[in-house]
Design a protein around this ligand. Structure first.
Ligand SMILES: [Zn+2]
Length: 182
């Protein structure tokens, strides 16, 4: 059996009343175990805080750090910043386990709770559709310059070809007009 590298378990029902705070280091295995290969590596922390004074806990997730992803513009990998806050309601006095949008009810035989699926989901859903090297303070993107040069050459070639087609079409139109006028 594969050894679990890191666990993200909080024993909600066993905890005393009062404030609680947990700091987890998120390992890249969280993504690999879910077969999510768009995050290659990560430097992430999840800070979980809540106050227990009733059977409904308002749990705050603060996830921050970086994830290593591929740039959609130049194809190089880069570290993208993550900084997100989420809230999850955890009900600890239910009889059966149930889950809906931002609320989970723990069944009576559940003494602890694995928050890994939530952390995973929050991070993956926070990624933008398009991932591009960010701009630095001078407004410069650190994309691979070699790749950008090749892309630029390709663009020039394409626009030359387009211009050729436009010119050819113009000639054809002129030719037709000349014939119609005669
Ligand atoms: Zn790039």
């Amino acid at each position: 059996m594969k050894k679990k590298v890191n666990s993200y378990i909080i024993p909600f029902t066993l905890l005393k009343n009062g404030e609680h705070s947990y700091l987890f280091s998120i390992e890249k295995e969280l993504f690999q175990d879910n077969n999510y290969d768009e995050i290659h590596d990560c430097q992430l922390k999840a800070h979980i805080t809540f106050t227990k004074n009733s059977a409904i806990l308002n749990v705050n997730f603060h996830v921050y750090g970086t994830v290593n992803v591929t740039c959609d513009r130049c194809g190089d990998d880069f570290d993208m910043e993550i900084n997100l806050d989420k809230k999850l309601l955890v009900k600890t006095d239910s009889i059966i386990h149930s889950e809906e949008d931002d609320m989970i009810s723990l069944g009576k035989d559940e003494v602890d709770f694995d928050i890994a699926p939530y952390i995973y989901q929050y991070i993956v859903l926070s990624l933008p559709m398009q991932r591009i090297h960010p701009e630095d303070k001078d407004g410069v993107r650190h994309c691979n310059p070699e790749v950008l040069k090749k892309l630029k050459n390709l663009e020039v070639k394409e626009s030359n070809e387009e211009q050729y087609i436009i010119n050819t079409n113009k000639k054809i139109i002129h030719f037709k007009e000349d014939h119609l006028n005669n």
